[in-house]
Design a protein around this ligand. Structure first.
Ligand code: KG4
Ligand code: ZN
Length: 334
């Protein structure tokens, strides 16, 4: 069978990325231009600034990717692009670039859901086996998704308020350790002790999550200690916070696996890089005889390799868009 090369484009938040993937699993080349250094000054992503940088960089990133792969656009079978969800101004840059390439070079255009991309990052490591449960944890999402077969998504539950990565970022901001907060809090959590009592968020029978109460509890704790003239031990607070987060996510994920009688778990999204979560989930999965797969760090955070990979499976189904494709900041996974 002829090899299929998909060029993926991702620009939903603060990374401008392009990637070429062969047959939905082999990475030929990926370029990621991160804007983290720019947004750090503001303690979070500033949408308008993000869009402007995407505009400045998108052409160069795509060209770099083709050069790195030593390929021309003529050798590409289709263009896959993140069409949502994400920051609308940022998404539009990627979508317009993809549409332009598809139009000029007469290639099929494939819109990809950002979360489908995060999930399919796993296929770059190991062929995904169905049925499976995907735990999607990122700066914008906290979702448990059941996949009975290829490209079928049933959302079991999601966050009712803040996403888990967002909660990490806000906690990091309140204790003054910078942006993005997840990796820093994760590192600090390895060094501290569980000393602060924080509430277990939404500890019920559903597959939903809620992190805003936990975030407020951390903010109140820090302010109360400051008012009393006490210093907060940041590492101990990071450990206490991370343990609560990891416990509730693990508990609900194991419940979904049990209820749906599924033996395959995959992790996706930026927070899948979290060491505490990886350790707890892998040991729980060993105990419960569940195959658990984590993408390597480089595929956990936003990248176009995951978009090209998901795009391959849509290519096989002939799921193409017209040139009137529009980006959408909010769009259901289906
Ligand atoms: O998937 P991603 O790159 O962007 C979104 O689609 O949201 O995820 C970024 C999020 C940020 O909130 C960041 O703080 C978090 O992932 N993150 C982590 C870790 N590495 C990144 N959170 C916890 N522990 C980590 N090691
Ligand atoms: Zn993402």
């Amino acid at each position: 069978m002829k090899d299929v090369y998909i060029l993926g484009i991702e620009s939903s938040c603060d990374e401008t990325s392009a990637s070429i993937i062969r047959n939905g699993s082999d990475e030929i080349a990926t370029v990621i231009l991160s804007q983290i250094d720019i947004h750090t000054n503001f303690g979070g992503v500033v949408p308008e600034i993000a869009s402007r940088h995407h505009i400045k960089n998108i052409t160069m990133v795509i060209e770099d990717c083709l050069n790195k792969a030593n390929m021309t656009i003529n050798e590409i079978d289709a263009i896959a692009v993140t069409a949502g969800p994400g920051l609308i101004g940022s998404l539009l840059v990627g979508v317009e670039a993809a549409k332009t390439l598809a139009f000029i070079h007469n290639k099929p255009l494939i819109p990809v859901h950002h979360i489908a991309g995060h999930i399919y990052a796993n296929n770059l490591v190991k062929t995904m086996v169905y049925p499976l449960i995907a735990l999607v944890v990122s700066g914008g999402h906290t979702e448990l998704v059941y996949m009975e077969s290829e490209y079928s998504f049933k959302k079991l539950g999601s966050t009712l308020d803040d996403a888990v990565g967002e909660c990490y970022d806000k906690v990091a901001r309140v204790i003054g350790v910078g942006y993005p907060g997840g990796p820093v809090i994760d590192k600090m959590a390895q060094l501290g002790k569980h000393t602060y009592n924080l509430p277990m968020p939404l500890d019920d029978n559903s597959y939903n999550f809620s992190f805003s109460g936990l975030k407020s509890a951390v903010i109140n704790l820090v302010h109360n200690e400051e008012q009393r003239g006490n210093t907060v031990n940041k590492e101990d607070l990071a450990t206490s916070f991370q343990e609560v987060v990891v416990d509730i996510i693990t508990k609900k994920t194991l419940k979904a696996l049990k209820d749906y009688n599924v033996k395959n778990l995959i992790l996706a999204g930026g927070v899948a890089a979290n060491n505490g979560l990886r350790n707890k989930l892998s040991s729980s999965c060993i105990e419960s005889d569940i195959n658990c797969s984590f993408p390597p760090m480089k595929y956990c955070t936003d990248n176009a390799a995951m978009i090209a990979t998901a795009g391959y499976f849509l290519y096989q189904r002939g799921d193409f868009a017209n040139l009137d494709l529009n980006a959408r900041s909010n769009i259901e996974l289906q």
